[in-house]
Design a protein around this ligand. Structure first.
Ligand code: SF4
Length: 382
């Protein structure tokens, strides 16, 4: 694999962690134990704004705050609008409520044949295996349950979900989700994957994780052994900004690939963070360089407390327009809206048709290309 020239988060570790050894920093358990959760934890790291302090009082009670030292080290402390900071530190905007916001925007809870398993599409099921995450993203669409101890997925619940999949042959594809499945121990992940691998009608096992971004130290040799043993595992990563792609993240991604995982990135389009073509282009080039395919660019859902992150749909379409033609197709993700109420994903594409006229051979359709030049294409008659 290609060597990375990006810095490690260890080299930029903030003042409170200057005594941490390289071994401590590289330990995912150490990173978990030293997560930043309350305003005083940020002393010597960054100065909280008045708004962030106020949000700690209201917002953090509704949806916890937690940052790994690794993720905190990626923040530019001089920039209150740093894209890393905005994804992890609360703002009072998240306390504002709008009547159209939904508690469960994708109706996951109403499509549960057994607790903790969402079966919405005929061939796919989502198995909720953990309510924990190393960092609680302020844009999380599952704020209603992630970080809430009352929604922890018990061993019995997960086993019941696996039994449902085993007796439902139309389910060919299972997604381990949460929270973040990689907050479970290697042993527990091994057990779950081993159980799923006994189900002969299952073609695909996917695992959605933001650990390569927020806690790349979690991608240990032991974990990779487990994933390799039960592979191929389709891993959906969640990089939202090029600044998240440090040397540690590169190493995590490359280890997963070496373990036989197939990687795709699900970026969420976020106002003020990645809502411009150049940022998405830079991120996607970086992902491709290290073997992770940009898979989805997701429109932010109508979840409660995240409306301030949403962009107009036309912003996403403009980004797609720019990507098409300026980066190869492998770097162009699907831009999707997950419809509220469990309607499922629909893909949005820019409109390239600028005119239509009839001819004796069929309809002549005038397309524009990514440079705005027009071309006529004769469609055949039915
Ligand atoms: S890692 Fe995923 S599940 Fe966890 S808080 Fe972030 S968006 Fe939500």
């Amino acid at each position: 694999m290609m060597a990375s020239h990006l810095p490690s988060s260890y080299s930029t570790r903030p003042e409170p962690f200057v005594d941490a050894t390289r071994e401590q920093w590289a330990s995912w358990h150490w990173q978990h134990q030293h997560r930043l959760r309350k305003p005083s934890d940020f002393e010597g790291i960054l100065e909280l704004t008045d708004d962030e302090r106020a949000a700690f009082v209201g917002g953090a009670q509704r949806f916890r705050v937690a940052l790994t030292p690794h993720y905190a080290a990626l923040i530019d402390p001089r920039n209150p609008d740093c894209p890393i900071r905005r994804q992890a530190l609360p703002r009072t905007e998240e306390l504002r409520q709008f009547p159209f916001e939904l508690h469960d925007p994708l109706a996951e809870e109403t499509h549960m044949p057994v607790p903790g398993l969402t079966h919405r599409y005929p061939d796919r099921a989502l198995l909720y295996v953990s309510h924990h995450c190393p960092v609680y993203c302020r844009h999380c669409t599952r704020k209603r349950k992630v970080s809430n101890p009352s929604t922890a997925a018990s061993k019995g619940q997960i086993e019941a979900g696996i039994r449902y999949i085993a007796k439902t042959p139309q389910v060919r594809d299972v997604i381990l989700s949460g929270g973040d499945p990689l907050t479970l121990s290697d042993e527990r992940i091994d057990e779950i994957l081993a159980s799923l691998r006994t189900i002969s009608h299952l073609d695909v096992i996917r695992l959605g994780t933001r650990n390569p971004v927020t806690l790349p130290q979690r991608i240990t040799d032991g974990l990779c052994d487990v994933l390799q043993r039960h592979g191929p595992i389709y891993v959906n990563t969640h990089f939202n900004h090029p600044a998240e792609f440090c040397a540690d993240a590169v190493q995590a991604v490359e280890k997963l690939i070496d373990a036989g995982c197939v990687l795709g990135n699900q970026m969420v389009l976020l106002r003020g963070i990645n809502d411009d073509p150049q940022t998405v282009m830079t991120l996607n080039r970086r992902l491709l360089r290290h073997g992770c395919r940009p898979y989805y660019m997701l429109q932010c859902d109508m979840a409660q407390g995240i409306t301030h992150f949403r962009t107009p749909l036309k912003v996403g379409l403009e980004i797609m327009d720019h990507l098409r033609g300026n980066i190869g197709g492998v770097g162009v993700p699907d831009f999707v809206v997950d419809l509220p109420g469990g309607g499922g994903k629909v893909e949005l594409v820019p409109d390239y048709v600028v005119g239509r006229e009839r001819s004796e051979f069929g309809e002549v359709i005038r397309f524009r290309n990514f440079q705005g030049e027009e071309y006529a294409f004769v469609d055949v008659s039915e």
